[in-house]
Design a protein around this ligand. Structure first.
Ligand code: HEM
Length: 154
């Protein structure tokens, strides 16, 4: 499972890169009132694809690294331990919520009638998803739940 953890760690950078590109495109689209371009579509498609892959990898870690077993043993115990609560409950649920926002966002951007509406929806849904993702990553500065920025295969 160390390899899967390394993959989950690396994929975080791809998710953040495409998330930032999407939000940057949305801000420039809203402020300049330009047409909705192929680059706008490509950025949020790649953001969605990497969120999908990250979800699958995250779920496999969740079920193989005994986080789900901890939840089954009793929520009362899990919620009392900050480290277990973060990975077994908060990280997983917030990331799934972000993944839902990305999917709903992509459909709603596609359905929007005007280019201005597409840019606004892109900013709203993908901006919120990116904020949730940024807030739910176990960054090294988050003392109790800190994880490294990069991880080796050893
Ligand atoms: C955009 C979505 C996500 C991002 C950016 C993300 C990012 C991360 C990062 C950076 C770590 C620490 C990796 C390390 O220690 O090197 C981590 C750990 C973890 N993530 Fe995610 N994650 C995402 C989604 C998910 C989802 C949807 C789940 C499960 C439902 C999940 C389950 C886990 C688990 C269980 C761990 C701890 C693994 C262990 O040490 O046993 N993640 N995640």
């Amino acid at each position: 499972m160390q390899t899967v953890l390394v993959i989950h760690n690396i994929l975080r950078w791809a998710v953040l890169l495409f998330g930032l590109w999407t939000v940057f495109n949305a801000i420039s689209g809203v402020s300049s009132k330009r047409a909705f371009s192929a680059s706008d579509n490509r950025s949020n498609l790649l953001f969605m694809i990497f969120c999908d892959i990250q979800l699958l990898v995250g779920l496999s870690l969740y079920f193989s690294n005994s986080w789900f077993d901890k939840v089954k043993e009793g929520m009362g115990v899990v919620m009392k331990n900050g480290y277990d609560r973060f990975f077994a409950v908060e990280h997983a649920s917030m990331m799934i919520l972000a993944w839902i926002l990305v999917h709903v966002g992509r459909t709603s951007v596609k359905k929007a009638g005007t280019d201005a509406a597409k840019h606004k929806k892109m900013l709203l849904f993908f901006g919120l998803a990116l904020l949730l993702i940024l807030a739910s990553i176990p960054w090294p500065f988050r003392s109790e739940i800190a994880r490294p920025l990069f991880r080796g295969f050893n």
